[in-house]
Structures are given as structure tokens and as C-alpha cells.
Design a protein around this ligand. Structure first.
Ligand code: NAD
Length: 259
């Protein structure tokens, strides 16, 4: 248990990796501030966590003003010690031919601009505290073009660039920034992305995550991971053990990037 609970802001906390991140921090006695576009998913996740350690923020990360308000509420608890930016959507295997302008805009707006919307006020708060850790969520898609769609690949590569700049800008203030690049993780991303993107997205029930034979060819550990295996990495990157790691991409992909 940590002695003084840290305030942890987690976006995309209503499902999958974000929900697992909430669990690992509350297990350590930290207070989690759960932000997600879905109030229902947030309530479900919160039910499984100690009530006294959980705050809920049903907010769309693309809504700049609503995000500023939510971040101010988190900061009113005294500090924002960690940002775990997990909100994201997946565009199936949309190619340059099947990616419409609308799909491109929506995926970039949620995955890339939505992360900026959160990072901007959080960075201001962390600069005023002179401490904090930012951990964002990339994907194998930033390094291998086949598992995901065009806009998703671009958004995740963009987030890795953003992370390097955050490390440069925030390092002098005692803040580190890193990004995790997961491979195949068992989560609800296909269903949630279809719900959020609607008709814009072609079939999401495709790709390495739905093809165990292909996955085993590409991934040396020959399995998908549980969300908790990504959450433990986020927890490490936000803690004392990673105090001198900044601007880095940590792959949690069963060795895929090495193969
Ligand atoms: N599952 C995988 O295999 C995998 C692999 C690599 C990277 N990732 C990344 O990990 C992150 C988490 O994905 P997951 O697999 O846990 O997916 P998930 O769908 O289970 O969880 C994502 C959450 O983000 C929320 N969200 C989506 N758009 C939002 C918005 N506009 N505002 C606020 N919340 C929003 C969703 O409601 C959902 O609860 C994503 O950034 C994803 O790109 C996942």
C-alpha cells in the first residue's frame, strides 16, 4: 500500500486496459479518477473497486471544454500525480481506399486530438506541482502496418511523437512521459469501437486479434495478453522504479516487435 494515496487520472477507464489500470492502482491504495465516454461502463467498473477510492467522469475526450472541467475537478483533490491515457478506438483494417474522410477525422479526433485535450491541462497542473508521470497508450500499429487501419496507425505513431515532445517539455519540471505499445490484448475494443464509430467503421471483427494461427506466427509468446499485463506496465512506468525513464516506448507485445 502507498502511504499517501496518489491521484490517478485514467481515460478510457470504462473497459479493457483502462479498467485494469484502475484496478492495479486501487489495489495499491491510490485514488482513481475514471474518465470515459460511457457512463454505464464507468459505473460497472467502479462497482468492482473500493468506493472511497473512485471518482467518475462521464466525458468524451474530444470535447475540449468538458475535458478541461473534468481535469480541474481532479486537480481539486490536491494534485494529479499520474495520467494514464488509454481512451482509443480501432478502425478494423480500413485501408487507404476504405478510409473515408469522416472515419479519418473521428479516429484522429479521439485517439490523437482527444489525448492532447487531456494532456494539455494535466501538464499545466503537473508543472505547477513540479511532479507527475504521464503514460499514454500506443500500439504495435505504430510500428507494424498490418494489424490495424490507416487512421489508427497514424494516430498511434502521432502519440509516440507527442510523448517524446512531452518528455522534452516536462522533464525540466520533474515530470516523465512514456508510452506503452501493446500487441494483442483481450479487451472489448471491437464492440466499443463499433458502438462509438457506428457506420463509419468497416468490420472490426478482423485482424491478428481474431486469427489465432496468424497471431501465433507473429507473436513469439504465442498468446494474447490479459489487460492486467498492460496495466502492470503502466503502474511500473508511473512509479519510483521508472523515475529515470522518459520519452520511451515500452512494447507489451509478447515479442512481436522483435520477430
Ligand atoms: N486491445 C488491444 O489489443 C490493444 C492493442 C494495442 C493498443 N490498444 C490501445 O489500448 C487502449 C485501450 O484499448 P482497449 O483494448 O482497452 O479498448 P476498450 O474498448 O476495451 O476500452 C477503451 C475505452 O475507451 C473509451 N473511449 C473511446 N472513445 C472515447 C472518447 N471519445 N472519450 C472517452 N472515452 C472513450 C471507450 O468507451 C472504452 O471504454 C486504446 O488506446 C487502444 O488503441 C489496445
Amino acid at each position: 500500500m502507498t502511504t499517501t494515496p496518489r491521484n490517478i487520472l485514467i481515460t478510457g477507464a470504462g473497459s479493457g486496459i483502462g479498467a485494469a489500470v484502475a484496478k492495479v492502482f486501487t489495489d495499491a491504495g491510490d485514488r482513481v479518477h475514471l474518465l470515459d465516454i460511457s457512463a454505464d461502463r464507468l459505473a460497472q467498473v467502479a462497482q468492482e473497486l473500493p468506493t472511497e477510492l473512485v471518482e467518475q467522469y462521464p466525458v468524451d475526450v474530444t470535447d475540449f471544454d468538458a475535458v478541461q472541467e473534468a481535469v480541474a475537478k481532479v486537480a481539486s483533490h490536491g494534485s494529479i500525480d499520474v495520467l494514464a491515457g488509454c481512451a482509443g478506438v480501432f478502425d478494423g483494417l480500413a485501408t487507404v481506399e476504405t478510409t473515408t474522410r469522416e472515419l479519418w477525422d473521428r479516429v484522429i479526433d479521439i485517439n490523437l486530438t482527444g489525448t492532447f485535450n487531456v494532456v494539455k491541462p494535466v501538464a499545466a497542473q503537473m508543472i505547477s506541482q513540479k511532479s507527475g508521470s504521464i503514460v499514454l497508450m500506443s500500439s504495435i500499429a505504430a510500428h507494424r502496418a498490418t494489424p490495424d487501419g490507416l487512421a489508427y496507425d497514424a494516430s498511434k505513431a502521432g502519440l509516440e511523437g507527442m510523448t517524446r515532445r512531452l518528455a522534452v517539455d516536462l522533464g525540466p519540471h520533474g515530470i516523465n512521459a512514456n508510452i506503452v505499445a501493446p500487441g494483442v490484448i483481450r479487451t472489448g475494443i471491437r464492440a466499443t469501437s463499433e458502438e462509438i464509430l457506428g457506420e463509419l467503421v468497416p468490420d472490426t471483427n478482423v485482424g491478428v486479434g481474431t486469427n489465432p494461427e496468424l497471431r501465433d506466427m507473429l507473436v513469439p509468446l504465442r498468446r494474447a495478453a490479459e489487460a492486467s499485463e498492460v496495466a502492470s506496465t503502466v503502474f511500473f512506468l508511473a512509479g519510483e522504479g521508472a523515475s529515470y525513464i522518459s520519452g520511451d516506448v515500452i512494447h507489451v507485445d509478447g515479442g512481436w516487435i522483435a520477430a
